[in-house]
Design a binder for this molecule. Structure first.
Ligand SMILES: [Zn+2]
Length: 99
């Protein structure tokens, strides 16, 4: 077994799938990692579906409710209260999911 780990990065791209941007990102990452003990292993993209995500109304962090269906695991955990999203750091202090 090798001593290694996987580092994940998520990039939110607005609009329709943009292959030119994605290829450019991969090329830039591969260039940056050349001559380092790291390599780009894979990349993938997925359309954001449903409505279980949004921006924290206080700090702007992208959030999704991990306990609800179609959660976006790349986003921070959050809750929607009265149609406003809050990350766990910005939830009201008395909320059970507040950090
Ligand atoms: Zn927040």
């Amino acid at each position: 077994m090798i001593n290694a780990y996987l580092y994940h990065v998520s990039i939110l791209i607005e609009g329709k799938e943009n292959l030119k941007l994605e290829y450019g990102l991969e090329e830039s990452i591969a260039d940056y990692l050349s001559n380092k003990k790291a390599e780009l292993i894979s990349s993938s993209s997925e359309e954001l579906l449903g409505n279980n995500y949004g921006r924290c109304s206080k700090c702007g962090t992208w959030v999704s409710d991990a306990l609800e269906q179609q959660s976006i695991t790349a986003f921070s955990n959050g809750k929607r209260i009265n149609n406003c999203w809050y990350c766990d750091l910005c939830l009201p202090r008395n909320h059970p999911n507040a950090f």
